[in-house]
Structure formats: C-alpha cells, structure tokens
Design a protein around this ligand. Structure first.
Ligand code: URA
Length: 263
C-alpha cells in the first residue's frame, strides 16, 4: 500500500506540537489502539501502596464549609494543603502549586488554576502566560521578585492543583480551595487584589457576568471585615490567544498603578 504523503513542514509540525502542548496534551498516544471497555490489568503492588489516601484523611477543619482560621501562617496553610485530599484535582496533579512572590506585597494576584509548567514546578504562573504576566507587571513597576512591598506582588490561584488537560476548575473544586485562599488573604492583608480572568473574579465577587464586562471596574472584596479594592482583569493566557485585547489589559494596569499611587 502506498504510504500517505504528509505535507507538513518541520516548522508546521513544531507549531502543531507547541499548540497541543499549550492545550495541555502531555502524553504521547501510542500507535496501537487501546480498548478501554476491557478491564485494565491490576496495578502492581507499588502503585497500590502509593495510592492517594481516602478523603476521610483530610483535616476536618479544612473541609468545605468549615473554617481555615486555625492556620496562622502561609507555611501552615501550605502544610495543610499538602495533607488535604478532599479536592479531586490533587489525584491527577503532579504536585501542589501554592503561591509565589513576596507575602508583604501590597498587591495580591489571583489566577485561575495551575497549568502544565506550574504543575511541574509547583509555582504559579511560570509558563508562557506567567512570562507575559511578568512583563505586564514590569511595565507598571511591579515584580514578584521584589523585596520592597511597594513594588512587589504575591501570586496564587483559585485552586492549588492543575485540572486535567488544563480545563477550567469546576465550581465544587474552587469552593473546596476557597477557605484556604481566603485565609491567605486574611493573613497577608494586601492593599489591593487583582483577579486574572473570570474564575477568580466570579468566586471572589459573587458576580457572574463575562470577564469582558467585569474587567477594569473596581469592586470591593469583604474579607474579615476589611473591604479590599479588587480589580478584575483579563487572564494573560487569553491575551496570548487574543493579542489585540492587550490594550484593554493595559488600561487595567494603568488603573492599578493609579490606585497604588493614590493610597
Ligand atoms: N494560569 C493560571 O491561572 N494560573 C497559573 O498559575 C498558570 C496559568
């Protein structure tokens, strides 16, 4: 049989591979089809021994709807999350992706969920969208590596484990992680919160409009009796797909700069 001719140039192939990787494809599919209707062979004993403990092992006070007030430092929250098995995302993620930046920062940024690179490195926004985010922040004099609270930022996400295939986290998944995020906000007392994209904006403001409607409009987040100014803006991953929208993000950044300069 004549072999199929492939018109792809090496450049096209590299671009296609990059696109797949950005979409979260992180496994190579084999040539041999797999019949998923047949029960898989039992796993070797080692894999069983390393299986994730049942949700019952999760600390009771960190279960949905209960208080995370027992944690008094970021380290305690991170430790609690390491032992928190109730969130199903943990089972498919490589590792916990907790936070990055300077805890003393005036600005706290909240993203949606860790992606592939973040899952590997265990730090938020280290992939392509993180690189764009760092450039955007630098344009208004902010940086996650700054030691000075005036120019520093602290970054975390609405969930602390990568959703499989980079899908959006479900409402249930974000609600499970929210007590930890709120406790972080309580302990860090940032002057300003910036929500990157729809997921954190919806969770922290209770609004459900599209991000293009919500972005750029300051609202307040009430956390432990403090009203913290909160700015919803576009997610850097969206800006990578829609570069023309960077002008909207730039407006939001200028608004953030003005808010910081005024207070
Ligand atoms: N996108 C997010 O929302 N968070 C990350 O940490 C990385 C990409």
């Amino acid at each position: 049989m004549e072999s199929k001719h492939n018109d792809m140039t090496p450049h096209d192939a590299a671009e296609a591979l990059r696109w797949l990787s950005e979409m979260g494809a992180d496994e190579i599919i084999g040539d041999t089809p797999v019949n998923r209707l047949v029960a898989p062979a039992p796993k070797p004993a080692l894999a069983v021994a390393r299986a994730v403990p049942a949700p019952a092992a999760a600390p009771a006070a960190a279960a949905p709807g209960t208080s995370a007030a027992q944690y008094h430092s970021l380290q305690e929250i991170e430790q609690a999350l390491e032992g928190f098995d109730a969130c199903p995302l943990k089972k498919t993620a490589t590792r916990l992706c907790f936070a990055d930046g300077n805890p003393a920062a005036r600005v706290m940024l909240i993203g949606e969920a860790p992606g592939r690179e973040e899952d590997i490195e265990g730090r938020p926004f280290v992939g392509r969208s993180g690189q764009l985010l760092d450039r955007m922040l630098a344009a208004i004099g902010l940086s996650r590596t700054s030691q000075d609270r005036e120019s520093a930022v602290f970054i975390s996400n609405t969930v602390f484990w990568r959703p499989p295939g980079n899908r959006n986290p479900t409402e249930a998944e974000t609600l499970m992680c929210l007590p930890f995020l709120f406790r972080m906000i309580e302990l860090l007392t940032p002057d300003v919160i910036v929500c990157l994209g729809a997921v954190p904006t919806h969770r922290l403001t209770g609004r459900s409009d599209g991000i293009l409607k919500l972005r750029g409009k300051w609202v307040t987040a009430a956390v432990s009796g403090r009203n913290i100014p909160l700015l919803p803006t576009l997610h850097p991953a969206y800006l990578l797909r829609q570069p023309a929208q960077k002008r909207l993000a730039w407006r939001d950044l200028l608004s953030l700069r003005q808010m910081l300069d005024a207070h």
